[in-house]
Design a protein around this ligand. Structure first.
Ligand code: AMP
Ligand code: GLY
Length: 425
C-alpha cells in the first residue's frame, strides 16, 4: 500500500509512525514531512498548500490513500481535488472543512441541527457588534470567524475587553480576513473535553477522548499557544457521556452538513464544554486530528487503523477500531520565545536511550547541512509516554521531556493535572 501524509508537524509524524505500525509493509510519503519522518518515510519537499503539486505527486506515485493533517489544505479544497481524480482521501472537502474554517458557518449548522452550543450573534460591522456587546452579560467571548491558528478566540471578562477585541478584529484588521466576520458568544462554564469522531459522513467511530493544555505556563497560566501537551483517555468521558455526544452532537451535525451539500469524511473533532450538570455543548469543531492530541490518541490504537481510515475516506461502512487499555500523555517542548517570537537554530541533543514506553515526535525541527538537529519552530518536539495508568504515562512523558536538551527549552510539568487531581487519593 502506498500512503501519503500531508503535513509536517508532530501530528503528521505521529500519523506516519501509526500507519507504519499498522502496516509495516506500506510505503509512506510525507509532504513535506520533517526530520522525524525522514528515516521512516520519503519526504517530498512540497508545501501543504501547494494543491497542484500534491495532486501531481499523488498521480505520479500511485498513492492508494492520502491522509491530510492540517486544516489549511482542507479549507482550500485539497480533498475535493484528489477525490475528483478518483483517489481515497481521509479528510473533508472544502464544504465540510467550513465547520472549522468558518465559525459563523459552524454556528449556523449547529443551530439548524439543534446541537447545543453557546448563544451567539454574528457580525461584520463594528458598530452593530459593539451595540450588541453593550447589552451582553459578562463574561463573553469574541471570536474571529476564520482560521487563526488557535489564536482567534478571546475570552473577555468584561464588556470593555470585548469592545477592545472587536476593535482589533473588525476595526484594525488584526486577524486579516479571518477577523472580518466575528462571532460574539456567551461564556460556558464547565470542563473542556475533546472528542474525536472518525466518520464516513453518516456514522462515527470514536477515538479515546483527550484534554489539551493551550496555555504556555503551569496551572494554565500565560498566553494561549497551539497546545503545550495533551493526555488520553480522560476519565470524565464516560460511555454515557460519549453516547450523548454522539446522538446530540456528532450525528446531527453530520446530517446537517450532508443536507447542506457538504458531506464530511475524515476526522470530526469536537471541542466540548461539559457543564457542571454533565450536559455537553460545543465550543468549536475542527476538521482534522488535533495537534498535539494526535500524539496521544494514535499510539492507543491497537488495530484496525488503516481499514477505518480507508472506509471513512471512501464513505463505506466503518469497521470497528480497537484501542489498548493504556494511557498516553504528551509533553510539548517549545522554543525560547514561544509563542510570540520563537527563537530558531538552537542545537538539539537527544538522549542515547529513550525512557521505556516513550516516543518522540518532531514538530519544529530541522537538520542543518552538517546533519545537526536544530530547533526550527515554536513547538519543537512532542514527548509521548504510554503506560498502564495515567500516572505512569505522565512519568514517562516527563522523563523524555527532561532528557531532550536544547537552549531555552520550555515545557509544562503538569500536563494532565485535572486527571492527577481525580485519580490521586
Ligand atoms: P476555540 O478557538 O473556539 O476553541 O476557543 C479557544 C479556547 O477559548 C477554548 O478552548 C476555551 O478554553 C475558550 N472558549 C472559547 N469559547 C468559549 C465559550 N463560549 N465559553 C468558555 N470558554 C470558551
Ligand atoms: N490542540 C488543538 C488543535 O489541534 O486545534
Amino acid at each position: 500500500m502506498r500512503l501519503l501524509v500531508v503535513g509536517g508537524g508532530g501530528r503528521e509524524h505521529a500519523l506516519t509512525v501509526a500507519l507504519l505500525r499498522h502496516d509495516p509493509q506500506a510505503t509512506v510519503y510525507c509532504a513535506p514531512g520533517n526530520p522525524g519522518t525522514a528515516p521512516i518515510a520519503t519526504n517530498l519537499p512540497i508545501p501543504v498548500d501547494d494543491i497542484d503539486r500534491i495532486a501531481d505527486a499523488v498521480d505520479m506515485l500511485g498513492i492508494d490513500l492520502i491522509v491530510i493533517g492540517p486544516e489549511v489544505p482542507l479549507a482550500r479544497g485539497l480533498a475535493d481535488r484528489l477525490r475528483a481524480e478518483g483517489r481515497s482521501v481521509f479528510g473533508p472537502g472544502r464544504g465540510g472543512a467550513q465547520i472549522e474554517s468558518s465559525k459563523a458557518f459552524a454556528k449556523e449548522v449547529m443551530q439548524s441541527a439543534g446541537v447545543p452550543t453557546a448563544a451567539y450573534a454574528i457580525f461584520d460591522d463594528l458598530h452593530q457588534a459593539t451595540a450588541y456587546v453593550d447589552t451582553h452579560p459578562e463574561p463573553l467571548v469574541v471570536k474571529a470567524s476564520g482560521l487563526a491558528a488557535g489564536k482567534g478566540a478571546i475570552v473577555c471578562e468584561t464588556r470593555a475587553m470585548a469592545r477592545h477585541a472587536l476593535q482589533k478584529m473588525l476595526g484594525d484588521g488584526a486577524f486579516g480576513s479571518a477577523g472580518a466576520t466575528v462571532v460574539v458568544e456567551s461564556f460556558l462554564e464547565g470542563e473542556e473535553l475533546s472528542v474525536f469522531a472518525l466518520t464516513n459522513g453518516t456514522d462515527v467511530v470514536l477515538f479515546p477522548s483527550a484534554q489539551d493544555h493551550k496555555r504556555l505556563l503551569e496551572g494554565d497560566e500565560g498566553p494561549n499557544t497551539g497546545g503545550m501537551g495533551a493526555y488520553s483517555p480522560v476519565s470524565i468521558a464516560t460511555p454515557a457521556l460519549l453516547d450523548r455526544v454522539t446522538h446530540e452532537i456528532l450525528l446531527p451535525t453530520l446530517g446537517e452538513l450532508s443536507r447542506r451539500g457538504a458531506p464530511f469524511r475524515g476526522m470530526l473533532y469536537a471541542g466540548l464544554m461539559i457543564a457542571p450538570d454533565g450536559a455537553p455543548s460545543v465550543i468549536e469543531f475542527n476538521c482534522r486530528f488535533g495537534d498535539p492530541e494526535a500524539q496521544v490518541v494514535l499510539p492507543l490504537v491497537k488495530d484496525g487503523l488503516i481499514d477505518a481510515l480507508r472506509a471513512a475516506a471512501d464513505g463505506k461502512p466503518l469497521p470497528p477500531l480497537h484501542f489498548t487499555d493504556e494511557s498516553a500523555v504528551t509533553t510539548v517542548l517549545a522554543a525560547k520565545g514561544y509563542p510570540d517570537a520563537p527563537i530558531k537554530g538552537d542545537v538539539i541533543t537527544l538522549p542515547e536511550r529513550f525512557p521505556p514506553g516513550t516516543e518522540l515526535y518532531h514538530a519544529g525541527t530541522t537538520l542543518d547541512a552538517d546533519g545537526h538537529l536544530k530547533t526550527a519552530g515554536g513547538r519543537v518536539l512532542a514527548c509521548t509516554g504510554r503506560g498502564p495508568t495515567f500516572a505512569e504515562a505522565q512519568r514517562a512523558s516527563r522523563a523524555l521531556a527532561e532528557a531532550v536538551i536544547f537552549s531555552g527549552k520550555q515545557f509544562r510539568t503538569d500536563i494532565g493535572w485535572r486527571e492527577t487531581a481525580r485519580t490521586s487519593p
